[in-house]
Design a protein around this ligand. Sequence first.
Ligand code: PMP
Length: 400
Amino acid sequence: MNQRQLFLNHVGQTSDAPLALEIVKARGSRLWDVAGKEYIDLIGGISVCNVGHCHPKVVDAVQKQAAEYMHIMVYGELLVTPQVAYAKKLVDHLPASLNSVFYTASGSEATEGAMKLAKRATNRTQIIGFKNSYHGSTQGALSIMGSEYWKNAFRPLLPDTLQLEYNSFDDLQYITEQTACVVAETIQAEAGVLKPQNGWLLALRNRCTATGTLLVLDEIQCGFGRNGTLWAFQQFDVVPDILLLGKALGGGMPLGAFVADKKLMDLFTYNPVLGHINTFGGHPVSCAAGLAAFNILTEENLLSAIKEKEALFLYLLQHPVIKAVRSCGLMIAVEFDSFETNKKIIDILVDVNPGNTGVFTDWFLFASNCLRIVPPLVISNEEISLACKSIIRALDRFKG
Ligand code: PMP
């Protein structure tokens, strides 16, 4: 049986038509498949590999930590040095009220932890999310996901949840003294890169403050420099009560976190004790990798080039088949008339024929007619030009 058949038979599948590209090597913004063909990676593990694949400093940190110890004991009792070092570094780059980091094993678990903390802190049950939002695939996170299509098959989910219209000032009235927390992506990613309109996030912040509701901002996908500032919320003059982190947090290793004020976080230590626990959150190797990646991000001037790289993409991505391009830094959605068009373009781009450089992209969950461009932030101008040239060539080849 060949590799593809083994993959289809023995690895749990998520769709009936996986690309099944076998990647054997990844460096920077490039991937190589088993036949030696090269691809430009415009996905970066979906906003994970912000400092590029296999950055030597991240690889070194992983190897050093793995040689010291990998996993020592379940959560909480031991002082795990890489956890402490990374937490200190993160809070040094966050507003003063976000000073305590609770590590999780994934972004979804960060959402779960934050929702629990909000219920525990407010003694309220209602949790509000927004249409076309994504906060994870576990049942709590699914409960506040803003799309009935994706969650209906798994009901019953959490009671007392509500989905409001993102960017609607009117809908903010539904946030009341019954609401434990509102969970929002600072930039809605899976909606196809939707930014908050002028003043809306601030109005949301003010409504939460007025009703004693905790504001949870999900920067699992849009954080870590993706939008040109270290945190997306910095661009909108708001500070959340709880910040959700994941994806690039681990520098390519699995890691999530929710960050809050210590007074709030300490509620998990009593009544009941062990208010949230896990076995692998803050894995030492993940923290070592994450810290190394974070240092690269903050010390190697990556952020200052984001706007220029975004502008280059926008300049090069012009073609009659493209309906619109929405972007916020290196989070870009290229809109076509339909999913069918998008899928054909994606397939042409990944074209496994040897010779030309392939381009690896995909689509957004709630905007399947949009091509996803969330490359490693280290992507060079030459790689951007090459990728866009391939996209334009694919659009020229596209016959509808
Ligand atoms: N929130 C957002 C905005 C995300 O994009 C994701 C992952 N796509 C999650 C939460 C869930 O993270 P994970 O897949 O690590 O559970």
